[in-house]
Design a protein around this ligand. Structure first.
Ligand code: ADP
Ligand code: ASP
Ligand code: MG
Length: 409
């Protein structure tokens, strides 16, 4: 059999304790024994990253982002070294590296750095020497030689970017579910595993709450057309290939639903209805790097209007501060924030050529007496904001309405 260069990534729960590291190690060795060259990316063990963030907040509620990166990058360093030790114990050659050591070069933006390039010489040298190369995920080194991290879930990105840089034959993401499902299988018990999903569909699902793949990792896969194979670390079952085009001739219109409870709704009330106000509000928020998702401007009443938008919950304090300043400056009435919201989305490339999907989605929610507070659409998705306590119910009824429990994966 011809030897392949495979990049594999094992997520946090897959290396959550010693027993799991041992199992992952056996899996890696079985691939190596088939003559494959392996570069393995690992996440931090279990909830290590969350725990490190909690720890930092106990010391300083507003830690500097440089120091946060120094701290949270350590989780992956631990798991990569332990995995290398486990491989050594079994008599195979392996070497672990930090992102910095293997030349994953990023920009300077701590906690959300972008990869600029990957210097592959060192990895290639070790692979040629017959070693299994283990790379700590989620991290790199900035052009100023500072340690950076790549945003939450960033080990997915490390793996896909490495696969692209190395020209790998395969990029495999091992996680705690068997692949990409029509909905989060932990919430929707009869969700169906998909054999294939397009980059575009996966991008929409990921951006709308399906945490199984980091959005930026899918973007890199799409940009370089690197298929990503998502499968379970705990079973041998077939997973899901994320790829450019589906191999089927025709597809069901909706292919997945997603839920996020991580956003909050901000309303600036009684905003003067005149040109330039929206530009001012959103420019000021952009300057503070607050990512806005949905925006709704109500119908003007007596030359006044309300503007509502959603932001990630961890940006709410910053958003309120900026919005308050803007509201005072433009003579707006006041600000209301609502954290008790959820956003449900339906996604499918087939929507491009099919009408009536939005109507079906809204009718389904109405039939179940779920009020829609905000709506946004793209070519291949529809998202609705609902009350938080109705989010899971909304996901469930939409999953059924679009026949996703019966879809052929
Ligand atoms: P890892 O630690 O391996 O990176 P994550 O926790 O980041 O794993 O992602 C896996 C989780 O994503 C699953 O446990 C599942 O609950 C969740 N998930 C959300 N939406 C989906 C979906 N459509 N298909 C599969 N898993 C999903
Ligand atoms: N450990 C990092 C996180 O929890 C990166 C990852 O798991 O992909 O976000
Ligand atoms: Mg993840």
């Amino acid at each position: 059999m011809q030897s392949k260069l495979i990049v594999q990534k094992y997520g946090g729960s897959s290396v959550g304790d010693v027993g799991r590291i041992e199992r992952v190690c056996d899996k890696i060795i079985s691939y190596a024994k088939k003559g494959n060259k392996l570069a393995v990316v690992v996440s931090a063990m279990g909830d290590t990253t969350d725990e490190l963030i909690e720890l930092a907040k106990k010391i300083n509620p507003n830690p500097e982002e440089r120091e946060m990166d120094m701290l949270i990058s350590t989780g992956e360093q631990i798991s990569s070294a332990l995995l290398a030790m486990a491989i050594h114990k079994r008599g195979h050659e392996a070497i672990s590296f930090t992102g910095s050591q293997v030349g994953i070069i990023t920009d300077k933006y701590h906690t959300k750095a972008k990869i600029l390039k990957i210097e592959t010489d060192r990895i290639k040298k070790e692979l040629t020497a017959g070693k299994i190369v283990i790379v700590a995920g989620f991290q790199g080194k900035s052009t100023k030689s500072e340690i950076t991290t790549l945003g939450r879930g960033g080990s997915d990105l490390s793996a896909v970017a490495l696969a692209v840089a190395l020209g790998a034959d395969m990029c495999e993401i091992y996680t705690d579910v068997e692949g990409i499902y029509t909905a989060d299988p932990r919430i929707i018990k009869n969700a169906k595993k998909l054999s294939f999903i397009t980059f575009d569909e996966m991008l929409e699902l990921a951006a709308r709450g399906a945490q199984v793949m980091q959005t930026r990792a899918v973007e890199v896969g799409k940009k370089f057309n690197m298929p990503i194979y998502v499968k379970s670390s705990f079973s041998e079952k077939e997973g899901t290939v994320i790829m450019d085009k589906l191999p089927h001739i025709e597809e069901s219109v909706v292919r997945g639903v997603a839920l996020t409870e991580n956003e909050a709704k901000i309303t600036i009330c009684d905003v003067p209805d005149k040109p330039g106000i929206a530009a001012r509000i959103f420019n000021d928020l952009a300057r503070e790097s607050v990512n806005i998702d949905m925006i709704v401007q109500n119908v003007s009443h007596k030359k006044m209007t309300d503007i509502s938008f959603t932001v990630p919950k961890d940006k709410i304090a910053k958003t309120l501060k900026v919005s308050k300043k803007i509201a005072d400056n433009i003579g707006a009435g006041g600000i209301i924030s609502d954290e008790a919201i959820a956003k449900v989305s339906v996604v499918g490339v087939g929507m491009k050529s099919q009408s009536g999907v939005a109507a079906k989605c809204f009718s389904c929610l109405a039939k179940h007496k779920i009020n829609i507070e905000m709506i946004s659409t793209s070519e291949i998705s529809i998202s609705c904001v609902v009350k938080k306590d109705l989010g899971k119910e909304a996901l469930k009824v939409l999953h059924k309405e679009f026949g996703l429990d019966k879809i052929k994966g």
